[in-house]
Design a binder for this molecule. Structure first.
Ligand SMILES: C[S@@+](CC[C@H](N)C(=O)[O-])C[C@H]1O[C@@H](n2cnc3c(N)ncnc32)[C@H](O)[C@@H]1O
Length: 457
C-alpha cells in the first residue's frame, strides 16, 4: 500500500522542471485534460478533443497520441481506477488539482499502451509539478506509478472480469435484458478496438478487393488494416464513407427505391442520408443541429450526393407525408461504447430516461409524416430496451393505424441472432464473428420497421 508520507520528498527536486520544452509532455497535458473534462462535464470525447486539441498547439502525431491515451483510459477506466484505488491507502488526496487525471493517463500508458514505463512515469511526474496543487503529491504519484509498472501482470490478471470496465448500472441493465452470459460477452467486446467499416455507393465486392477488405454478408466492407482513411483509394472520389456495419442496416431494411420521397429525421452527420440518396431516393434530411448539418452537407458534397437539408426540431417539423420515414433518434448511444468508450462513463440512467421521452415525441412526429401505406423505420444505437423495444410496444399500443413489418434473416445477410421474436433488429456488439477481435463485432442497434395502414383502421 502506498502511503502519502511513504516516499522521500527529494523526488520533487530530481524531476523538477528545467523550463526547456519536454518532448511528449504536451501530449500528456492534452490527454489528462481530455480525461478530466469529459468525466467532470460528462461531455463526448470526440467533441471535447475537437474543441481542445487546437488550443494545445500539438503536431499531428502528438495530438493522435493524446487521443489514444484518453480513449484507452476510458476503455479500461474501471481496471485503472481499481488498480489505483487498491494501492492508495487513503484514496486520492483532496484538493490535489489534476492529480487524478494525470495518474489515470499515466496508468493507461503503463498498463495498456506501448509506451516505455520510465517515459510514462517521468512525464507524469513533470506534469504533476506544473500545478501547485498536484505538485505536493509528486512523491505519492511517483511511488504509485512505479508500483503499477512492477505489478502490471498481477493487475491484468485480476482484470479478467469483463464487468470491471462497465459501470454498474449498465452491467445490471444488460444482465436484465440479455442474461448474464450475453451481458458479459457485450462487456468483454468493449475492451477491443472496433473494426473500421465502410459503406460503398456501389460494387461492394469490387471495393472490398481494391481496399483489401472483407465483404460482410450485409454488404458493408470491413477494412483489414487500421489506417488513415483519407489517403485510401476512393475517398477523394467519394466512392464510400465510414459507417459501422450495424448502422448501415436500418436503411437496408427501409429498402429505398429511386424517386421515392423519404424523410431522414435526426440525420446528421448523414451516414444514412448518404445511403438513401445513393439509392436514388429524393431525401429530406432534418436535424436540429446546425454544426452537425454542416458536416452532413460536407459529407454529401464529397460523395457527390444531394438531399434537401432542413434545420429544425423534428418533433415540431411539418411537411407533406412521405413515402417512407427514417427516424434515427438521439439516444444514450450505449451500442457504440466499443467505438466511443467515454459513453459508458458519461451517460446516466437519467439521461436514458430523458432521451426516451424525446424519442417518444419524435416517433409520434415521424408517424404523422408517414403517408398511408408508407414505411417507417425507428432505430437507435442503444442497448437499452427503454430506447428500443419498449418505445415500439407503447407506440403500437397507441397507434393502431401502424403495424409491424417483421424483418427476416435474409434481409441482413443471414446473420444469426440479430432479429428478436417480434421481427425487430437487435444487433449486439459481440455478434458477427470473424478472425480475431480486429475483424469481429458491430455496434449495438435496435430497429423496427412499421407500415402505416392504408385505411387508417
Ligand atoms: C444518432 S444521431 C444521428 C445519426 C445520423 N442519422 C447518421 O446516420 O449519421 C442523432 C441526431 O439527432 C439530432 N437531434 C437530436 N434531437 C433532435 C430533434 N429534436 N430534432 C432533430 N434532430 C435532433 C442530433 O443533432 C443528432 O445529429
Amino acid at each position: 500500500m502506498v502511503k502519502q508520507a511513504d516516499v522521500s520528498p527529494e523526488l520533487n527536486e530530481t524531476a523538477a522542471q528545467t523550463g526547456e520544452p519536454v518532448p511528449g509532455l504536451p501530449a500528456r497535458r492534452l490527454a489528462a485534460t481530455l480525461i478530466d473534462e469529459v468525466l467532470k462535464a460528462r461531455l463526448a470525447l470526440d467533441e471535447t478533443y475537437e474543441r481542445l486539441a487546437p488550443t494545445f498547439g500539438l503536431d499531428a502525431a502528438d495530438a493522435a497520441l493524446a487521443r489514444a491515451i484518453a480513449i484507452t483510459a476510458f476503455r479500461r477506466l474501471g481496471t485503472i481506477q481499481h488498480a489505483i484505488n487498491a494501492r492508495l491507502e487513503r484514496g486520492s488526496p483532496r484538493n490535489s488539482g489534476p492529480f487524478e487525471p494525470i495518474l489515470v493517463a499515466a496508468a493507461a500508458q503503463i498498463l495498456f499502451l506501448d509506451v516505455p514505463d520510465h517515459a510514462a512515469v517521468d512525464l507524469a511526474i513533470r506534469h504533476l509539478h506544473e500545478d501547485a496543487r498536484s505538485s505536493r503529491y509528486v512523491s505519492l504519484g511517483n511511488a504509485l506509478l512505479r508500483r503499477l509498472a512492477r505489478e502490471r501482470d498481477a493487475i491484468l490478471g485480476e482484470a479478467l472480469d469483463p464487468f470491471l470496465d462497465t459501470p454498474e448500472w449498465l452491467a445490471e441493465s444488460w444482465i436484465e435484458s440479455y442474461g448474464e452470459e450475453t451481458a458479459a460477452a457485450i462487456a468483454a467486446s468493449h475492451r477491443d478496438e472496433p473494426p473500421l467499416d465502410i459503406s460503398v455507393k456501389d460494387d461492394a465486392a469490387g471495393w472490398a478487393e481494391k481496399l483489401d477488405g472483407l465483404l460482410l454478408p450485409t454488404g458493408s466492407v470491413r477494412l483489414r488494416e487500421r489506417q488513415s482513411i483519407t489517403g485510401l483509394p476512393g475517398f477523394d472520389e467519394g466512392a464510400w464513407w465510414v459507417q459501422d456495419a450495424a448502422a448501415a442496416l436500418p436503411v437496408r431494411l427501409l429498402a429505398p427505391k429511386p424517386g421515392e420521397r423519404i424523410a431522414d429525421l435526426c440525420a446528421a452527420p448523414g451516414g444514412k442520408t448518404a445511403q438513401l440518396a445513393a439509392a436514388g431516393a429524393s431525401v429530406t434530411a432534418v436535424d436540429r443541429s446546425g454544426p452537425r448539418l454542416r458536416r452532413l452537407r460536407a459529407n454529401l458534397e464529397r460523395l457527390g450526393l444531394s438531399a434537401e437539408i432542413v434545420t429544425k426540431d423534428a418533433a415540431l417539423w411539418q411537411a407533406e407525408p412521405f413515402d417512407a420515414v427514417l427516424l434515427d433518434a438521439p439516444c444514450s448511444a450505449t451500442g457504440t461504447i466499443r467505438r466511443h468508450p467515454d459513453v459508458a462513463w458519461t451517460k446516466t440512467p437519467e439521461d436514458r430516461d430523458k432521451l426516451a421521452a424525446l424519442q417518444a415525441r419524435l416517433l409520434e412526429a415521424a408517424a404523422r409524416l408517414t403517408r398511408p401505406g408508407g414505411r417507417l423505420i425507428y432505430c437507435t444505437c442503444s442497448l437499452e430496451p427503454q430506447e428500443g423495444e419498449q418505445q415500439i410496444a407503447v407506440f403500437l399500443a397507441e397507434n393502431p393505424d401502424f403495424k409491424r413489418s417483421p424483418i427476416t434473416a435474409d434481409e441482413i445477410g443471414g446473420v444469426e441472432g440479430a432479429i428478436d421474436r417480434h421481427g425487430d433488429l437487435r444487433t449486439l456488439p459481440h455478434q458477427l464473428k470473424h478472425d480475431g477481435p480486429r475483424l469481429s463485432g458491430w455496434a449495438g442497434f435496435y430497429a423496427c420497421r412499421l407500415i402505416r395502414r392504408e385505411t387508417g383502421g
